[in-house]
Design a binder for this molecule. Structure first.
Ligand code: ADP
Length: 272
């Protein structure tokens, strides 16, 4: 037997002092109720992860479920903005209270805590990870479905969210280019290593919707993304166009006025 390093995670020996791998999962606030937790992830920033998180929340809310969005994208928090929510989150002696949107979706985001919502969040990874974990352990959620807008990529913040929140599944958001070049592959592997089921993939910015005639203008080889998703055992559940009206809804904080049903297949899969 080699000399003991006291680090069981890097040692293959089986000795009496061997410790079991410990779960890093955290309990939610004792005053909270959260039935299901779904993460929305992407291989990189700017592909529409927040757009998808907010649409999933809106469509799920319309089925009558109680819904929340935990904005874990701490350095690029856009969830309050797309819902047009600007007030500050409050707390009572039991914990932090999420801020409700006009249709009653519960939100928590670092932007609801800052004095000035345009201030940049200049924090290092461990601090950011701690804040996200607190959004889980301290907030008094009362929801059937909690959507977590995950930090982009597979860095330490994303890892700490995967480890501390009991995710029932993840939805992967990717551009057609990301799917074909498998920028999403790292996110897929991360979910597999953490034993979190993948609900499926949303391909965003798949085609351009002509604002004049409504015709679909493909921006990338058609059919290739479906094949790329299948090659990696992923279900391509939705294809969402670049839609100027959609960008306008998000900019104006009116995502709850959404007309598009592109993400209904994802919601159906989640509600199953
Ligand atoms: P991420 O969360 O991945 O960083 P966002 O959801 O914030 O990306 O999207 C980036 C920008 O692109 C936002 O301004 C958003 O409103 C816009 N956007 C995202 N998806 C679409 C789409 N399908 N059509 C039009 N604009 C979109």
């Amino acid at each position: 037997m080699s000399e003991c390093t006291h680090d069981c995670s890097t040692c293959g020996e089986s000795c009496g002092e061997r410790t079991q791998p410990q779960s890093l999962l955290k309990e939610h606030n004792p005053a909270a109720r959260v039935d299901k937790v779904y993460g929305v992830v992407s291989g990189k920033g700017g592909v529409g992860k927040s757009m998808v998180s907010s649409q999933l929340a809106v469509l799920t809310r319309r089925t009558g479920r109680a819904v929340g969005v935990l904005d874990a994208d701490v350095t690029g928090p856009s969830i309050p903005k797309v819902f047009g929510v600007h007030q500050r989150a409050m707390a009572d002696e039991r914990g932090m209270l999420p801020v409700p949107t006009s249709s009653g979706i519960q939100l928590m985001s670092v932007n609801l805590l800052l004095d000035n919502e345009t201030d940049p969040v200049l924090w290092r990874g461990p601090v950011i990870g701690g804040v996200v974990t607190q959004f889980w352990t301290d907030v008094i959620w009362d929801v059937d479905y909690l959507f977590v807008d995950m930090p982009p990529g597979t860095g330490d913040v994303a890892l700490s969210v995967f480890q501390s929140l009991p995710l029932d599944g993840i939805v992967i958001v990717a551009s057609p280019q990301d799917l074909v070049s498998m920028v999403v592959e790292k996110a897929v592997k991360m979910a597999e290593m953490m034993d979190v089921p993948i609900v499926g993939v949303v391909e965003n910015m798949s085609y351009l919707l002509c604002p004049d005639c409504g015709r679909e203008i493909p921006l990338f080889g058609q059919g290739r993304t479906q094949a790329a998703a299948e090659a990696h055992g992923l279900k391509l559940l939705s294809r969402m166009p670049i839609d100027p009206a959609l960008a306008q809804l998000a900019d104006q904080g009116r995502i709850e006025d959404l007309q598009g049903q592109w993400l209904s297949p994802v919601v159906e899969e989640i509600l199953r």
